[in-house]
Each structure stands twice: as C-alpha cells, then as structure tokens.
Write a protein that binds this ligand. Structure first.
Ligand code: HEM
Length: 88
C-alpha cells in the first residue's frame, strides 16, 4: 500500500461523498476514528475499511470492480492513517 496513491484515489473517488473525512449522504457516518469504531462492520481496522470499500454498504457503492487491489489497499491505508492521527 502506498499512502500517496491512497490520497490520490481518495480525492478522485471518495471525496465526492467524504470530503475532509465527512459524509455528505449520512452525516453521522464520518471517517473519524470514533465513527468507524461505532459503525464500521468489523470495527476500526484496515481490513474492515478494505471490506467496505470492496463491497460497499447501503448508499455507498462497491469499488472492487472499479479500483485495482493496489488502489483499494492504498486508499484503505490512507483512511486508516487519517483517522488514527485525527488528520481529517
Ligand atoms: C461509509 C470509505 C466512497 C457513501 C463509509 C465508511 C468508510 C468509507 C470507511 C464507513 C464510515 C462509518 O461507518 O462511519 C469510502 C472510501 C471511498 C468511499 C474509501 C472511495 C473508494 C463513497 C462514495 C459515496 C459514499 C463515492 C457516495 C456516493 C457512503 C455512505 C456511507 C459510507 C452513504 C455510510 C454507509 C452506511 O453505513 O449505511 N465510506 N467511501 N462513499 N460511505 Fe463511503
């Protein structure tokens, strides 16, 4: 996983709904650590973020057919790092 690639993937594909780590569709479901701990299936981990990115959930689309494995691994790492360090 490559954090610079992850940031690029995030800005190109995720920021439409998750600008600045927020959620414009369901406002409580942000990408902050506390929200990920509360709402993410599987808790706060790179694996759980990867799972949701690959499969989608509710109004969030699935990305498994649109992004490469390397892009998904990198964007999951990027989201985890941003949330871990309260960088949003
Ligand atoms: C939730 C990541 C793209 C809409 C989430 C969550 C993560 C995430 C980690 C869990 C947040 C939480 O439960 O607090 C990403 C990434 C994306 C992406 C990395 C790009 C690859 C999008 C896009 C949309 C979207 C483009 C809008 C079309 C949502 C919605 C939820 C959500 C509605 C809440 C799902 C639910 O619990 O019902 N996203 N997302 N996401 N995302 Fe995304």
């Amino acid at each position: 996983a490559d954090l610079a690639l992850g940031e690029q993937v995030f800005n190109g594909n995720c920021a439409a709904c998750h600008m600045g780590g927020r959620n414009s569709v369901i406002p409580d479901r942000t990408l902050d650590k506390a929200a990920l701990e509360a709402y993410l299936e599987g808790g706060f981990s790179v694996e759980a973020i990867t799972y949701q990115v690959e499969n989608g959930k509710g109004a969030m689309p699935a990305w498994a057919d649109r992004l490469s494995e390397e892009e998904i691994a990198s964007v999951a790492e990027y989201v985890y790092k941003q949330a871990s360090t309260a960088a949003w």
